[in-house]
Design a binder for this molecule. Structure first.
Ligand code: ADP
Ligand code: MG
Length: 731
């Protein structure tokens, strides 16, 4: 039988580029058609029910049971009109994917009559049989059940899978004892904490502000490969990344892919998933080629953080499903190919008031500029004080391959502000002093105002190497991994910002109580924060070795691996932060730490197994076959009286091959032994560290090195695994 690789290669020429989208030009026609939007609600809900739901969305008020019944019935009417038969609570457990459990509207009454029903109970709460979701021991020791609870702030939507349509109700997922078991519940708590703290600070400047929402605009990077080609690679099937593969003659050095024209087949795929996204109300805006061959990016218009998180999770799901129709495979992994750029998910983050002000956009007047400066400096202070937590929030086994690797932010967290704002910070630092009076304050405010308006979006420097960069009217957290659920990073960012603003308010109020004028108190506290956080600011090349050295001198942490980065979640400082802000209690925090460590162990364990299997089942047999061919040939030459010089080269190649085979075989064996030792450990942290430092680090690259040498030596026809050039350049 011929190898899957050759079959896949043959199949490629026959691929038919088929576009399914019905959208022709006008996106607005389809936008949100599968969403229970405000407009749809108007149509399907009574005035009373509509008002109750709107209040809950805007102000978080509770929805009465009677209203829930009405809302459920409106949702059902809308959904059935659109051909929906089933509904599900849709949630984001800590597995990293989304979860659904479908129930039909269909039921039988006690007298046997068939009816379609969906009531308030079914809308508000469900009990998925959830004992197999990660819970960090919470449900093992306490209560075995968990439940999902409706989150009215994220609208219900319909997933249309061709085979059927399902009404999805966004929910949070909690244990019966109340602990959160998902990404959403903590995010909602952190966002509420930030809302409150930010409003309090805003009121120094504007009493009309009563609500601050967090805005998130993510940018999703991904790779696209041909499906049959991906299927011929056990590592892509099982781990989403290639664990072996010789570098292709041409990689990304020509830089001819970035912003190049999008290949036809991928373009058709993009159009199709975009249409699905539009129907789901995901406001996709940009699409383009990324730096690496076969790498692409899409990004929506920013939204309120809770919705943006749901939309990202939903889109990743949609993208994978639509890819199947096009016989493509999407790789969200942060580093699917060694030696080639990885993928990230930039999180553009800001805060907006209910009066329509973006708190990270420079203001129009000296007064609003002081408000901007306050939020700007507080963000820097928050990142400075809790950089270890931000680092932990983006830690994952797959992101470990990217952080600090080719073309990616290092594991060191620093903040880039750009030239203009660096100058502004310096001005505040040098001019605000203890003797600073009202007149100084007025002049400084005017001077700063003159400085800041220059800062149009276009002239903020674009430092692409900073993990946390100010980009004119928002911060961009770039170190987030492409597979990540944005909620993890956003929960931490909102929490540390809430806490920093709370402290800021306390300090400013303290000065005011001592008789200081409000604006002077603010300036003085800002100055203090600038001085305190200076070491986190870095404007240079974040990818350079010099920065690693400099960061070390400054005492900035540079934790390169997940098991150690996660320690930051359970320090006394972090515990105090999360408990005080109400985002996690101590039990939840430890449970989450446990879940993340277990996830690390499982993923590295799977990779180790896959590496062992690929080496033994694919690479060694190909190498042996080729070596045999050489030996038969050498034997023939010898028997026919050829001199040694005639088969010298072949003998050398055969010798090299046998050397590589030996090393691979021994290393795989040693790795298995190391796993046996690690598996005996009970402590999750120690086990994760062992998996990282005693399995992954010593063995993965060694096996790969020799496997890649073999790929280079062995006859191309015999090699069974699709090669990098085929995965990256053929489609
Ligand atoms: P790039 O970073 O690729 O140059 P842009 O700066 O235009 O692109 O925007 C990137 C992302 O930032 C977009 O997804 C956009 O929606 C988002 N964005 C813009 N303004 C805000 C904001 N105030 N809050 C959050 N995200 C924002
Ligand atoms: Mg960007």
């Amino acid at each position: 039988m011929q190898s899957l690789r050759l079959t896949a290669l043959e199949g490629l020429t026959g691929v038919d580029v088929k576009l399914k989208t019905e959208l022709n030009g006008k996106i607005t026609d389809a936008f949100g058609s599968n969403v229970f939007s405000a407009k749809t609600m108007r149509e399907f809900l009574s005035d009373e029910a509509y008002k109750s739901l709107m209040n809950s969305i805007k102000a978080g008020t509770k929805i009465e049971r009677k209203m829930a019944d009405q809302i459920a019935s409106g949702m059902k009417a809308w959904a059935m009109k659109k051909g929906v038969t089933h509904y599900t609570h849709w949630f984001q457990p800590l597995t990293g994917t989304t979860a659904e459990k479908h129930d039909s509207f269909f039921t039988l009454k006690s007298d046997g009559t068939a009816i379609e029903t969906f009531d308030g109970d079914a809308l508000v709460q469900q009990e998925p049989d959830a004992s197999s979701f990660p819970n960090g021991g919470i449900r093992a020791t306490f209560e075995a059940r968990g439940y999902t609870a409706w989150d009215p702030s994220s609208p219900a939507f319909i997933i249309d899978q061709g085979a059927g349509k399902t009404l999805c109700i966004p929910t949070i997922f909690v244990a019966y004892t109340g602990e959160s078991l998902d990404y959403k519940a903590p995010l909602l708590k952190a966002t509420a904490a930030l809302d409150k703290a930010a409003v309090d600070v805003c009121n120094y400047f504007d009493k009309n502000i009563t609500k601050v929402t967090t805005t998130l605009g993510w940018e999703q990077e991904y790779f696209v490969v041909d499906e049959s080609m991906a299927n011929a690679r056990p590592d892509l099937v099982m781990c989403g990344r290639t664990v072996v593969g010789h570098a292709p003659a041409k990689g990304q050095q020509l830089e001819d892919h970035y912003f190049g024209s999008i290949p036809e087949r991928v373009y058709a795929y993009m159009r199709d998933f975009e249409e699905e996204a539009y129907k789901l109300g995901i406001p996709l805006r940009t699409r383009h080629n990324e730096v690496a061959p076969s790498q692409f990016e899409c990004a929506p218009i920013f939204e309120e953080v809770n919705i943006a998180v749901d939309h990202n999770s939903l889109l990743m799901d949609v993208m994978s499903k639509v890819a199947k129709r096009h016989k493509l495979r999407i790789l969200f992994h942060e580093k699917p190919f060694a030696g080639i750029n990885g993928s990230g998910k930039h999180n553009n983050w800001s805060m907006a008031t209910d009066t329509g002000v973006n708190l990270l956009a420079p203001g129009k007047t000296p007064k609003t500029n002081l408000m901007f400066l306050t939020f700007f400096v507080n963000t820097i202070k928050a990142v400075h004080d809790y950089s270890d937590l931000l680092r932990a929030s983006i830690a994952s086994p797959s992101n470990d391959f990217r952080l600090g690797a080719n073309e990616a932010p290092p594991a060191i967290i620093s903040v880039f502000t750009g030239k203009y704002l660096s100058e502004v910070l310096q001005e505040v630092k040098t001019r605000v002093s203890n003797k600073f009076d009202e007149q100084d304050e007025a002049i400084l405010k005017l001077d700063l105002h003159r400085h800041i308006p220059e800062l149009l979006l276009d002239n903020t420097d674009r430092n692409r190497t900073s993990p946390f960069a100010f980009t004119g009217n928002k911060f961009e957290f770039r170190a987030v991994g492409s597979t990540a659920n944005c909620a993890s990073a956003m929960t931490v960012l909102n929490t540390i910002m809430a806490k920093t603003l709370q402290n800021f308010k306390t300090e400013v109020d303290g000065l005011i109580e001592k008789g200081e004028k409000k604006e002077i108190a603010i300036m003085q506290t800002l100055r203090k924060y600038i001085v305190d956080s200076e070491k986190i600011l870095f404007e240079g090349d974040g990818y350079s070795e010099d920065w690693e050295k400099e960061a070390e001198k400054r005492g900035l942490p540079n934790v390169k691996t997940t098991p150690r980065a996660l320690d930051a979640f359970v320090t006394p400082k972090a515990t105090q932060l999360f408990v005080e802000t109400g985002v996690y209690n101590e039990k939840e925090l430890h449970a989450r730490h446990e879940v993340l460590l277990e996830d690390y162990v499982k993923k590295v364990q799977i990779e180790a197994r896959v590496i062992g299997e690929i080496a033994t089942n694919n690479i060694l047999p190909s190498a042996v076959r080729y070596m045999n061919e050489l030996l038969v040939n050498i034997k023939g030459l010898k028997e026919n009286g050829f001199p040694e010089s005639a088969y010298k080269a072949q003998l050398q190649i055969a010798t090299k091959i046998s050397e590589h085979i030996n090393v691979i075989s021994e290393t795989v064996q040693a790795m298995i032994e190391a796993r046996k030792t690690a598996n005996k450990l009970d402590d999750s942290r120690q086990k994760a560290i062992d998996y990282c430092e005693k399995i992954k680090q010593p063995y993965f690259d060694t096996i790969r090195y020799h496997a890649d040498k073999l790929e280079f030596l062995v006859d191309d026809k015999i090699w069974g695994l699709p090669k990098y050039r085929e995965l990256l350049f053929l489609r």
